[in-house]
Design a protein around this ligand. Structure first.
Ligand code: ZN
Length: 383
């Protein structure tokens, strides 16, 4: 199980300067790679490494060999994330990603831990910097194996976000599964009948998107700046909502005694949602992925096994008889008499997925949980 700890660095002014310089170099090196990514349509880390390594070493001698490798990793990761979230169509130019001097990747060759001090690579040599260590950080250091890290600056303070490999918690007993459907009509729905989102949350999201469209069509420098501010605010808002929602979802799984939590593999969402660009933008694939990521993180920490399934027709299939039903907005209706919230129906299909694929004797159609739909609206408190 991977867990990230954020360590606040107690930097001396000289060290902070060295970190700033490193971050500038790192961003410059990343940005220098972007034209290669675009020209060769290459975001595979190893291939990109071969493509750019020697040019980068020559152009950025102060980076050293290991930092150049880290920059290559950052660029490859960024493009792979972009591709997973939004896709990079074959017949379109590869978009430009601009890297800002706000963070630097590290690995075991560029950092080490000695007691309550990190030794970090900088262009001026290793910086030995003490860090603040709370109970969470102490536990991580005592029980985990430190892996990759990121040096970041937030409101003028440097942090090292360090990933730890922790022993997996004891898995919960049983084979009870809860299905989770994310993002079509509501933020999420579970096969236990919990529906999260809609209402005020969706209204707020749509308002942001309308403002964004207006500013995008404007194109002036001021509107670009405004666009960036909105996008930051929106991201923080979505992040907060996703944290609250994922907490409620995992609590629901525990309460239902589910040992397994099943979600859709979202690489299929593009095929599933055949809608216009406007609707697709509104659906915010990246927000769904983030929600799934948070759910997984929290579920695995309490011993719930997380599975991703490839759904075919989860939204049209009736969870009771397995036939094809009809959905009108939030309602799903089937000729067998099943009438359910459409996202709850979809989540029940996701929950029983393993039974569909692994049982030779046929499908166990009856959902294990009560049919009653309970609406649970999670809203941000600071809207
Ligand atoms: Zn049916």
């Amino acid at each position: 199980m991977k867990r990230t700890g954020s360590f606040k660095l107690l930097t001396a002014p000289r060290q902070a300067e060295a970190f700033s310089e490193l971050a500038r170099l790192f961003a410059d090196a990343c940005n220098a790679m972007v034209p290669y990514v675009q020209e060769y349509r290459c975001w595979n880390r190893v291939t990109l490494h071969h493509l750019v390594y020697y040019q980068l070493r020559e152009k950025f001698p102060a980076m050293g060999s290991q930092m150049v490798c880290q920059a290559v990793r950052r660029v490859a990761d960024a493009y792979q994330t972009l591709r997973a979230n939004e896709g990079i169509p074959k017949d379109r130019p590869v978009p430009t990603i601009t890297f800002t001097p706000a963070s630097v990747n590290f690995d075991h060759r560029t950092y080490s831990i000695q007691g309550e001090t990190f030794s970090l690579f900088t262009p001026q040599g290793r910086a030995k910097v003490r860090f603040a260590c709370g109970p969470l950080q102490k536990t991580l250091l005592a029980t985990g194996i430190p892996k990759e890290a990121r040096l970041i600056i937030r409101e003028g303070i440097w942090y090292l976000n360090l990933v730890f490999d922790l022993p997996d918690p004891t898995p919960l007993a049983g084979d009870q599964a809860m299905g989770l459907d994310v993002g079509e009509n509501n933020l999420a729905a579970t096969s236990t009948g919990m529906v999260i989102g809609g209402g005020k949350l969706r209204h707020e999201r749509d308002r942001h998107l309308a403002a964004r469209r207006r500013l995008q069509s404007n194109g002036s420098l001021a509107s670009k700046r405004k666009l960036k501010a909105i996008s930051g605010k929106e991201q923080r808002h979505v992040r907060h909502v996703n944290h609250v929602a994922s907490k409620a979802i995992v609590a629901q799984a525990l309460q239902a005694g589910a040992a397994i939590l099943r979600m859709e593999d979202l690489s299929h969402i593009r095929a599933r949602i055949k809608a216009g660009a406007r609707v697709r933008a509104r659906l915010h694939r990246w927000a769904f992925r983030q929600l799934q990521h948070f759910v997984r993180y929290k579920a695995e920490a309490v011993g719930i096994k997380v599975e991703f399934v490839e759904p075919a027709y989860t939204s049209q299939t009736c969870n009771v008889c397995g036939g094809r039903g009809e959905r009108v907005k939030h309602r799903f209706a089937c000729s067998c008499g099943n009438l359910a919230h459409s996202d709850v129906n979809a989540s029940r299909n996701i929950a029983r997925f393993a039974k569909l694929s692994s049982s030779a004797r046929g499908v166990v159609n009856r959902p294990e949980f009560a049919h009653r739909v309970r609406h649970c609206v999670v809203e941000s408190s600071f809207l």
